[in-house]
Design a protein around this ligand. Structure first.
Ligand SMILES: [Zn+2]
Length: 389
């Protein structure tokens, strides 16, 4: 068998870069121990990678106490790995991500109509390109969407709450960088699975993305379940009221997201002329949750339907995917903190015996940095490493 030396060398480079992304600064000695490559091979690869400004020497390792401390190597922040647009129904966040997984939020803007959205995206990219070190080979522009996204072609097939269809982002973005798009819940489960200890260990993790709509991201046997038409785990459009005449944007009736999104309890609370603090539904929902925690009767009543239907949605997730962990987040990242006790009680009442005993339910640990943004940068880094030559 002919061994392809070039491809083997590439595999080693990728393995080293992945290790450095995941583990942070590492000495050449540790890299050699982990990869089983000789110290001279490691030395050669590290110099090649540093010539390309992908890695650099940074400080000393504390791991070995005897003798001279070895120098650590780390991935650089000399270029932006991703410019992320986390597209929400009301608001879009722009952030930049780096190779070491750090994130910097740049600004937020009103998502608006498709036309104004595309124009803001292009104008923002012009500004980002001037201010930050973007690189045509290494930087990706990543879009996170509430809806069904063909991740292979970067096409939004359908975003129900925005009513956008067949939007190929590679056609509308004027800049020559790699363009990636994915569903916000898929990116959220990806973010948790690389950064939280429990999700790293879990074979099956579910991220329930609750915002103006409801989405789902299922990591099954460490793979994101996308489905044949990219609509896998779209639990927001499972029916929770079979006789309902409440029509959903998706065309169906009685969908979970028509009953358990952050919108309905806010409308319910405000219907008699009360106004909650906040500009967007998620901001108003936060105010409502605080009233709930203080025992405000009107808030408790306004949230009853939300808690009831969310518990039904959770039971359906449990009975469909049987995950070890269900993580809840999205527009408001403290749902379990405020309503977990009540949700768990209702889930227990309906779950099959033994099924939820070893399950974990929790809020996402992302908050300041939005989970889809962290996932988008992680995906960009992965794609970049796979495309190195
Ligand atoms: Zn629906």
């Amino acid at each position: 068998m002919k061994i392809n030396l070039k491809s083997m060398k590439m595999m080693n480079k990728r393995m080293i870069l992945r290790y450095l992304v995941e583990n942070g600064p590492t000495s050449r000695m540790e890299l050699s121990r982990f990869t089983k490559l000789t110290p001279s091979t490691i030395g050669r690869i590290i110099s090649e990678l540093s010539e390309k400004a992908l890695v650099e020497e940074i400080g000393y390792s504390d791991k070995y106490q005897i003798g001279r401390k070895p120098v650590n190597v780390a991935v650089t922040k000399k270029f932006v790995s991703s410019v992320v647009f986390n597209v929400g129904v009301e608001q879009t966040t722009i952030a930049i991500g780096f190779f070491d997984r750090s994130i910097k939020e740049i600004k937020r803007f009103s998502t608006g109509s498709l036309k104004s959205f595309i124009s803001t995206v292009n104008l923002s990219l012009e500004d980002v390109e001037k201010r930050y070190p973007l690189n045509h080979e290494l930087t990706s522009i990543v879009f996170a969407f509430p809806g069904i996204v063909n991740a292979k072609t970067a096409t939004v097939i359908y975003a129900p709450n925005l009513n956008w269809r067949n939007l190929n982002l590679r056609d509308v973005v004027k800049y020559r960088y790699r363009i990636i798009a994915d569903n916000e819940a898929n990116l959220s489960v990806l973010a948790e699975s690389i950064s939280s200890e429990d999700a790293k260990k879990s074979d099956n993790t579910f991220f329930l993305y609750v915002s103006q709509g409801i989405g789902g991201g299922a990591m099954i046997n460490h793979q994101i379940l996308r489905g044949s038409g990219f609509a896998g785990a779209e639990v927001g459009h499972t029916v929770v009221e079979a006789q309902s005449n409440i029509k959903c944007h998706c065309g169906n009736y009685g969908c979970l997201e028509r009953y358990a999104s952050l919108v309905l309890p806010v409308i319910e609370y405000e219907k008699n002329g009360r106004i909650l603090d906040g500009k967007t539904y998620p901001e108003k929902f936060k105010t409502l949750a605080e009233f709930y925690a203080k025992g405000d009767k009107v808030a408790i009543d306004a949230l009853e339907g939300f808690i009831h239907y969310l518990s039904i949605g959770l039971i359906n997730i449990i009975n469909t995917f049987n995950p070890e962990i269900i993580i809840i987040g999205g527009g408001f990242n403290k749902i379990w903190k405020y309503f977990g006790k009540s949700l768990y009680q209702r889930i227990s009442d309906r779950a099959m015996p033994g099924v939820i005993d070893n399950m974990t339910f929790r809020d996402t640990h992302f908050d300041e940095i939005e989970a889809p943004v962290a996932g988008a940068n992680a995906l960009a880094i992965d794609v970049m490493i796979n495309n190195l030559d």
